[in-house]
Design a binder for this molecule. Structure first.
Ligand code: SF4
Length: 400
């Protein structure tokens, strides 16, 4: 019997920003003016190609996520046009969550109200910090006052949920000031907080400065104190840390992120967007679109009929991935969640084989040392094991 297909979500990549942050390795371009109309038209066209390709696929969309880049550089009219295109082509599942990422420099109350009217239910605001010096160090396009104004606009709009993104682990940051910042942010009563540790991603100006010795991030011990401060401060206030970097008020988790971490399927449209589809035969295909927005646009405009591998030549890559890679992805994503990885999903991702069998010795050691635990058919990190996510993932990666 073919495996039951997981739920389906949609990710829409809007890859434009007003400036490039020195730590950013997302696919984003600084372009002015943003080619809003042409890009929106292309996205709707790409979605049509997917619909045509997946005619037999009756799954509704569990969630829609407008990510970037800076999606709030797009007007409510364009987001409305995209939502119309999406809902004409795809049914939305009951309670489908529609998230849009926004940055303070392009955030106003009327704009947020426009997004709300267009169908956006959840706003994710990239404030990153409320400390003027830390914001300056991150070279963000906004300052503290702009962040506060955007937070106020987001809170007033009436979204079902508002998330604030924060970054910690910046040069010179200590636990006391971080705790103070967390307290200021939580006083706004958002539904959700994402707290990401600053990481020097290869190829970024931040990594180059660190390599040259011009800058240093807090040492491992200091980073650990900042991590502990994050979890202790937020959990003591009733926030649920449901993923390594994400905290929600009860019932306010981000549905789209949970869907992806739980190994759901998703279409990714837009330049550099990624997608994942499970086939009836149990194999998984991953898609990556062309990264340059102009090349991406050309690829949509000059498309040929679908092939069995991909809807068009829009994706730069469309590959059926081997069971080790697939199971490894499933493990990596699942271990990030508080509930851990679903062992049945993990087995299916491995093509039916037990992916933990070749790693039994490591698994037993991790269990004995209280780093991981298994219950209710899930393998999860214990609170003690959470900071060791990367190490545990490496030890348990399937080698079938
Ligand atoms: S605003 Fe976000 S996507 Fe844009 S450059 Fe900065 S970190 Fe990257």
């Amino acid at each position: 019997m073919p495996p039951q297909l997981p739920g389906l979500a949609l990710y829409v990549h809007l890859p434009f920003c007003v400036s490039k942050c020195p730590y950013c390795d997302f696919s984003s371009r600084v372009v002015s003016p943003v080619p809003e109309k042409a890009y929106t038209d292309t996205l709707v066209e790409e979605l049509r190609l997917w619909r045509n390709y997946l005619q037999e696929d009756r799954r509704p969309l569990d969630s829609v996520f407008f990510g970037g880049g800076t999606p709030s550089l797009f007007s409510p009219d364009s987001i409305g046009r995209l939502m119309q295109g999406i809902t004409r082509l795809w049914p939305l599942a009951p309670g489908c969550e529609v998230t849009l990422e926004a940055n303070p420099e392009s955030s106003t109350l009327p704009r947020f109200q426009g997004y709300r009217a267009a169908g956006v239910t959840r706003l994710s605001l990239g404030i990153q910090s409320l400390d003027p010096q830390r914001l300056h160090g991150l070279q963000r396009a906004h300052d503290r006052n702009m962040a506060l104004a955007a937070m106020e606009a987001a809170s007033k709009t009436g979204f079902a949920a508002v998330n604030f993104d924060l970054i910690y682990g910046t040069p010179g940051q200590g636990p006391d000031s971080w705790k103070h910042e967390l307290e200021e942010v939580t006083a706004w009563n958002p539904a959700h907080l994402s707290c990401y540790q600053l990481t020097p991603e290869t190829g970024t100006p931040l990594a180059a400065r660190i390599d040259r010795g011009d800058l240093s991030l807090p040492a491992e011990e200091e980073q650990r104190k900042l991590w502990d401060t994050t979890w202790q401060t937020l959990e003591s206030k009733g926030w649920e840390g449901y993923e390594i970097s994400n905290f929600a008020r009860p019932g306010q988790r981000c549905r789209h992120n949970d869907h992806v971490w739980d190994f759901g399927d998703y279409l990714g449209i837009g330049a550099a967007a990624h997608g994942k589809l499970t086939r009836e035969d149990g194999t998984t295909t991953r898609f990556v679109n062309k990264a340059d927005p102009e090349t991406y646009k050309q690829s949509v405009a000059t498309t040929r009929p679908s092939t069995p591998q991909a809807p068009t030549q829009v994706p730069a890559q469309a590959e059926t991935i081997d069971r080790n890679t697939n199971a490894g992805d499933c493990l990596m994503l699942g271990l990030r969640r508080r509930e851990g990885v679903n062992l049945e999903t993990f087995r299916q991702a491995a093509g039916g084989a037990d992916p933990l069998l070749p790693r039994q010795q490591w698994l037993e050691e991790l269990l004995e040392n209280g780093i991981v635990e298994i219950s209710a058919e899930r393998l999860r990190l214990t609170p003690r094991g959470r900071p060791l996510l990367d190490e545990v993932t490496r030890l348990l990666l399937p080698g079938l």
